[in-house]
Design a protein around this ligand. Sequence first.
Ligand SMILES: [Zn+2]
Length: 84
Amino acid sequence: MLGLSFGKLLLLAIVVGVVWFGFRYLTGLGQAVRQGQAAGGVNRAARRAPAIEAEDMTACARCGTYVSAAKPSACSRADCPYRR
Ligand SMILES: [Zn+2]
């Protein structure tokens, strides 16, 4: 039937298994997966953390340039409200 005997299917399964575990061994994929599972909680928390922190900006009343709301820096105009 279809030229596939039980022996051929068994040999195919063994070859696929050897290739799969050989690939995992050579690339270190299995070790990386185990390490990821061991430190899974920490990794997931770190992945959810934002890459950069957002900063609130506010527009200059004179020129309209957006500057940091926490530490505004003055523009070059003499009447800049952030000039000290
Ligand atoms: Zn300004």
